[in-house]
Design a protein around this ligand. Sequence first.
Ligand code: UDP
Length: 418
Amino acid sequence: MLPTVPVPDKHVADYAETAGEEAVQRLVEAARPLRGLRLLQLNSTAFGGGVAELLATHVPLLNDLGIETTWAVLQGSDDYFAVTKAVHNALQGHPVEWTPQMAATYWERIVANAAEVPGDYDLYLVHDPQPAAVLRVLEEEGRRAGTWVWRCHIDLSSPHEPVWSFFEPLVNRYDAAIFTLPEFVRPGITGPRLAVIPPSIDPLSVKNRPISEETMHEVLAAFGIDPERPIITQVSRFDPWKDPLGVIDAYRLVRRNVPGLQLIMAGSLATDDPEGLAYLDRTEEHRAGDPDIHLLTNLQGVGDLEINAFQQAAAVIVQKSLREGFGLVVAEGMWKRKPVVGGNVGGIRLQIEDGVTGFLVEDVEGCARRVAQLLADPDLRARMGEAARERVRQRFLSLREIEDHLRLFSTLIGEARN
Ligand code: UDP
């Protein structure tokens, strides 16, 4: 059996206050016909990045709803994760060379992991390309059991074709595939039933629940950040798609007119992202010793509470991605009543209503202009922050996403029984 991730208990009833009693009841009803179902969730990291964040909430809540859910993690290797990161980049549009050696490295780990996938679950929910090919191995070995769903979290709007054509037939074996946006569904995906389900944030998590001013100030003090001067924050893995260098350039443009401005860039180093350290070094170089740019990672003790404080402390949140499947950090900032200035790409477009809950920007100059505008106008910040909070409340909280999943599962299980 693959290693599993232990998760603390969570209870759906506790969400009534933020999501509403009606949402709780709807979810309980949607789960009723599925009680006792055994669900295995499979991804490639227990820590760092959006998928691990989602599973840490979904797995305990599904269990609370009576769906016996286990979170298993694929066992990679340095070589394998180097390949799957190249795959991730290629599927988001970067032209990487796809060699037979890379494919062999991928298959070697997939075959080894497939041998460890238990056969006694009703439903398998497989996240992203890293473990996607496990199903094919099981089929070839005559060990396929249960219903299989592939969940794509990345921005598939313009993939590098040689890599996508490797994955397309693997994805086409699934019973269903879930995407964040309709434009991520490639025309060649003709096998699975398709569902569009945007991700969500957990309003009760340590990262998202309200914290006191005092706690926030303690966190800022621990990292040498001045609460009296304006702060802009971007929380992201150190990854070219998150454009940390562009964020620094935008900060520098704004700082010409706001000399006290501080920039917090916090990014965890995920176990399945081998580029993280190298890209952190590049960002550190670009920082060029500026004491008002705070580059912080989990290695310095940045955990969920610290991320919460950094988002809460910001006058403006930035997410200047160049590609983005969804961008949980955007919803996290909006939930904290912050206007978010985000790249006009992928899932960020779904969250930010331009000019209402924040601003969508195309480049460094546009980003700097909008950040400066917001810093100069506290009323606009407050207005957008309220609208942002409401948008997340209506569309991007955990219960809604879990309910969407349960409706899909019911359809699939119904079909499997007939
Ligand atoms: N995150 C974190 N610490 C960090 C950086 C990121 O806890 O230093 C979290 C962040 O708050 C969010 C998730 O990791 O919940 C990142 O998800 P997102 O969808 O924004 O991006 P991904 O990393 O999946 O591309």
